[in-house]
Design a protein around this ligand. Structure first.
Ligand SMILES: [Zn+2]
Length: 319
């Protein structure tokens, strides 16, 4: 009886249908102070292969994803991109080269970004590359950014997500959520009711919300939608997994930061407030980084002209 049970358990784990397979595999994205970050990657098992949620920016991050697939002897069947920021989608290129038939799921927001934000940042990137003072570590990432912006087919989704609902991806059923006008024009996040894991991309970033292309009120609504889901573990776009209490604390910190940023309070008061409210998620090495990013968000998204504040609350179109 005992031997039979052991055989049964080992068979189940070999098939990936029991606790032998972890509910998710996290490949943590780095947030170095001297170059652009990589978003977190979360890998899920599916009947047709692996599902990779976000693919990072740097080649080292993409290699870690491909190495994991090799170790597991499983193909990458699908990619899901949370949003179009290059620290989450550049690795689509590497994965597509290794697995040309990979299905890529994302919102359609990349197209508007290519015509506007990414077009402009490409010009700035070109200038940075022309400057001999730009350090080599940054050159690599700039060249890679230009390579994908000039050839968007390398990273483009072939399955567009435009609404929330239960979907089958690579043979696995997942709750796919679509948040319009939040961290970007179209953010995608996943919930797996079986393991109660929510994977939310940059709708939650432990250190500080990256508000470059944010619609602050839409973002707040998306956080309310996440809160309404009975998850027990939440994987943010950057930083460590959170439990429910962590997430709720982060949401409160976000809402405080937005209302402080829009008030007449001194900028430092709002930045200090963020660092106090979100202290649990900020390590000593990133304090200056967080202060700078918080100040930038206030200037660009919360205290700029009314038009600039609303820039990302409507579709991006070339002017
Ligand atoms: Zn990010």
């Amino acid at each position: 009886m005992r031997g039979g049970l052991l055989i049964l358990l080992s068979l189940l784990s070999a098939n990936g249908t029991s606790a032998g397979i972890e509910p998710y595999h996290l490949i943590a994205g780095a947030v170095p102070p001297d170059k652009g970050p990589d978003g977190n990657t979360v890998v899920l098992d599916a009947p047709a292969g692996l599902i990779v949620f976000d693919t990072g920016r740097h080649p080292e991050h993409a290699k870690a994803i491909l190495d994991y697939a090799k170790r597991r002897h499983r193909p990458i069947a699908a990619i899901v991109n949370s949003h179009w920021h290059l620290d989450h989608i550049t690795g689509n290129w590497d994965i597509r080269q290794a697995y040309p038939h990979v299905a890529i799921y994302a919102s359609g927001a990349l197209e508007g970004a290519l015509a506007t934000f990414l077009k402009k940042s490409r010009e700035q990137t070109e200038q940075a590359l022309a400057d001999p003072k730009t350090p080599p570590a940054q050159r690599d990432q700039y060249e890679r950014a230009i390579a994908v912006v000039d050839h968007p087919d390398r990273i483009r989704p072939n399955h567009i997500i435009g609404k929330s609902g239960r979907m089958t991806i690579a043979g696995r059923t997942l709750d796919v959520h679509f948040a319009r006008f939040a961290a970007t024009e179209g953010d995608v996040w996943l919930y797996d009711p079986r393991t109660r894991v929510a994977i939310v991309g940059d709708l939650v970033v432990g250190l500080v919300p990256f508000m470059d292309t944010a619609c602050p009120d839409g973002w707040s609504k998306a956080l309310d939608q996440i809160a309404a889901i009975p998850f027990t573990t939440l994987i943010p776009g950057h930083g460590d997994p959170m439990n429910r209490a962590d997430f709720l604390a982060w949401r409160t910190a976000y809402n405080h930061f937005v209302s402080c940023g829009r008030s007449t309070a001194e900028k430092n008061i709002c930045s200090d407030g963020w660092q106090r409210d979100a202290a649990k998620f900020i390590d000593a090495a990133h304090r200056d980084y967080v202060r700078a990013a918080a100040g930038y968000s206030i200037d660009m998204r919360l205290r700029s002209s009314p038009e600039a504040q609303q820039r990302y609350c409507k579709p991006l179109k070339a002017s």
